[in-house]
Design a binder for this molecule. Structure first.
Ligand SMILES: NC(=O)c1ccc[n+]([C@@H]2O[C@H](COP(=O)([O-])OP(=O)(O)OC[C@H]3O[C@@H](n4cnc5c(N)ncnc54)[C@H](O)[C@@H]3O)[C@@H](O)[C@H]2O)c1
Length: 285
């Protein structure tokens, strides 16, 4: 069932081949397994949290998935989960802050699957979450902006080139409610996510005539490795996060993934330059 690992310039690629369709999709609701049938989808930050959920959802919707992350162990685990459900996926290690690694990532996706239809630029980090702006460290600033903002631009740079060659494609960037409103103790995170919204809109306008749609998702608080330090502060901290939105609960990675799949599908064919908010009503207040 499992293909051979492929060594390629700077990237070890684990190939897993689909045998006969995707089991999870069978008997699922609606047209699951068909929405992205025949498509090739890339997700960065696919080793964990929202990115892993999107990778699984892409596969469940019928896409062949390129899972990328800095974290090889987690990324390969995502691939194993997809393969275990008879989906098709490969892992390509790449640091989204490095131009040459991102170029190689997109090259690998195209070399193996022939094209790139959908991309979820999702890799990101929080930085130091409890530090006021006046005490924020320059190195934290530089790292957060490099991963969350420059990384999204670098991914789009090479994805757009490929999508122009193919005359079409869809990109979804992970922004955040932190890209829409301000907040305490995360200067670079808020700035980076506002930047992702700007990049998304700029790309949507630039490439609309070339058959390429570019959108963003703006999740509220989702329990993942990134937000674990907040939840580790205890029940009161979690209750505070719940109380911030009218629905009074936290979101799930799967809820974000579902939105990404929808934005990538033909059901969203007239949607571009949009930041889709999923936050239990937080920013509606
Ligand atoms: N969890 C939330 O509440 C929340 C809310 C809004 C937006 N987001 C955004 O969602 C995205 C995913 O976060 P998550 O919550 O799933 O966290 P996560 O920590 O579970 O996943 C982030 C992934 O990004 C990877 N990554 C980090 N730096 C990288 C780099 N330089 N190159 C490649 N991969 C790298 C990590 O290895 C990790 O697997 C982030 O952009 C985050 O800002 C999260």
């Amino acid at each position: 069932m499992v293909g051979d690992p492929v060594e390629a310039e700077g990237c070890r690629v684990l190939v897993r081949k689909r045998e006969s369709g995707f089991k999870i999709a069978e008997g699922g609701p609606g047209k699951m397994g068909e929405r992205l049938s025949g498509k090739v989808a890339l997700v960065t930050g696919g080793a964990s949290g929202i990115g892993r959920a999107t990778a699984l959802a892409f596969a469940q919707a019928g896409a062949r998935v390129v899972v990328s992350d800095l974290n090889r162990t987690g990324g390969e685990e995502t691939v194993r989960t997809i393969a275990g459900a008879r989906g098709e996926a490969i892992f390509v290690k790449a640091d989204v802050t490095q131009d040459s690694e991102v170029e190689a990532l997109v090259d690998q996706a195209v070399a193996i699957y022939g094209r790139l239809d959908c991309a979820h630029n999702n890799a990101g980090l929080l930085g130091t979450p409890f530090v006021p702006m006046g005490d924020y460290q320059e190195e934290t600033w530089d790292r957060v902006i490099a991963v969350n903002l420059k990384g999204v631009w670098l991914c789009m740079k090479y994805e757009l080139r490929q999508m122009v060659r193919q005359e079409g494609g869809v990109i979804v960037n992970t922004a955040s409610v932190a890209g829409l409103i301000g907040g305490r103790f995360g200067a670079a995170y808020y700035a980076s996510k506002h930047g992702v919204i700007g990049l998304t809109r700029a790309a949507a306008v630039e490439y609309a005539q070339q058959g390429i749609r570019v959108n963003a998702v703006c999740p509220g608080f989702i329990p993942t490795a990134m937000t674990a330090p907040v939840l580790r502060m205890g029940a009161e901290a979690e209750a505070q996060q719940r109380a911030r939105n009218p629905m009074g609960r936290l979101g799930t990675p799967e809820e974000v993934a579902e939105a990404v799949v929808w934005l990538c599908s033909d059901a969203a064919s007239f949607v571009t330059g949009h930041g889709l908010v999923m936050d239990g009503g937080l920013v509606a207040q």
